[in-house]
Design a protein around this ligand. Structure first.
Ligand code: NAP
Length: 303
């Protein structure tokens, strides 16, 4: 069985390759093809594995994407915060992925890395990139699976730098601080995607899986996990909704700020995603890594 990860650089692609290479494929030899803009970026631990090889490909150019002989594809819409129009970028990347799959003619299953809320046709900001990808890829192969992932626990990595100062603190756009939000570790996303790439049962197409961690978490619990990770008290600095444009404007290009404001509002109480009625037909994959373990892994001990 030949599985392509397109592209392989994103942290979710890397976690999936790791899970695939660690899986027990006793009956069928497994070949994993990681597609990189720059194949020299493929990690040494993958390159030394006999079932892995790195190929070159850029999602912005369909002619560079070669999937001949591939059975399964993990498709990812890589975030491009430098793009002037990130929704247009999602269209280009997804169309090029679809064209490459069509040209190959061998792909039986596409597993698409997507997001909670991607079913919403509007009002979700940056998550619209995942909605666009689902729309474009929904008929790309006989079997298509949407992996709708929750908020990545690794998003809190940006808090580590302010937690490691003399006034340990972090900013939270998630309020109220006791509001429970589904979160998931990227390692669990990798295991979930590998499970659905290798699964023998043909799912109906498209087939939707919500990918979550073992439980939902509050920002107060994030504070506790950061405290445990760095061994000192950590202050939460909540960001008010009216301050979102200024907050996101500090580290994002102006063209992306509005989409991040809308996305954040969509999963806070009263937002489009938070208010959506759960669909009983959607499967939920529960990962095993807790927030404490994940933040402990990505934190550097305090000075
Ligand atoms: N963060 C969240 O909470 C969250 C939640 C749910 C879903 N998601 C979704 O998860 C998906 C994956 O996110 P991620 O965090 O894994 O991504 P990421 O780690 O930010 O990956 C971005 C990488 O994509 C590669 N890339 C960019 N343009 C490319 C191109 N034209 N061709 C090939 N590769 C290209 C770049 O690597 P090189 O420079 O090495 O080429 C870049 O470093 C996104 O679709 C996001 O919307 C995120």
């Amino acid at each position: 069985m030949r599985i392509a990860v397109l592209p392989a650089s994103p942290k979710t692609g890397r976690a999936t390759i790791k899970a695939l290479l660690e899986s027990d494929q006793l009956t069928t030899p497994l070949h994993v093809q990681g597609i990189y803009r720059d194949p020299s970026k493929a990690p040494a631990e993958f390159l030394s594995h006999p079932s892995f090889h790195a190929g070159q490909g850029d999602l912005s150019d369909a002619n560079t994407l070669e999937l001949g002989g591939v059975d399964m594809v993990l498709a990812i819409t890589p975030p491009r915060y430098d793009a002037s129009d990130i929704l247009q970028w999602a269209r280009v990347a997804s169309e090029n992925t679809r064209l490459a799959i069509q040209k190959a003619g061998t792909v039986k299953r596409v597993v698409l890395l997507s997001s909670t809320g991607a079913e919403q046709p509007s009002g979700t900001g940056e998550i619209m990139t995942n909605h666009i990808a689902e729309e474009i890829l929904q008929h790309a192969a006989p079997e298509v699976i949407f992996m709708r992932c929750a908020y990545f626990m690794e998003n809190w990595e940006s808090a580590i730098s302010t937690v490691r100062t003399d006034n340990p603190h972090f900013y939270s756009v998630i309020t109220p601080l006791d509001y429970r939000v589904p979160m998931v570790a990227v390692d669990d996303i990798g295991r979930a995607c590998a499970t659905y790439l290798l699964g023998l049962e043909p799912p109906r197409s498209p087939y939707v899986v919500e990918v979550r961690g073992p439980q939902e978490y509050t920002v107060n619990e994030v504070q506790q996990a950061l405290h445990d990770a760095v061994g000192q008290e950590v202050e939460i600095r909540p960001v008010k909704k009216e301050d979102f444009p200024d907050f996101f404007g500090r580290f994002l290009p102006q063209s992306s700020v509005g989409l991040f404001v809308e996305m954040t509002n969509s999963f806070l109480p009263g937002g489009v995603i938070a208010s959506a009625i759960p669909n009983p037909d959607v499967r939920v994959y529960r990962g095993r890594m807790g927030l404490g373990e994940c933040l402990g892994k990505i934190s550097v001990p305090a000075r």
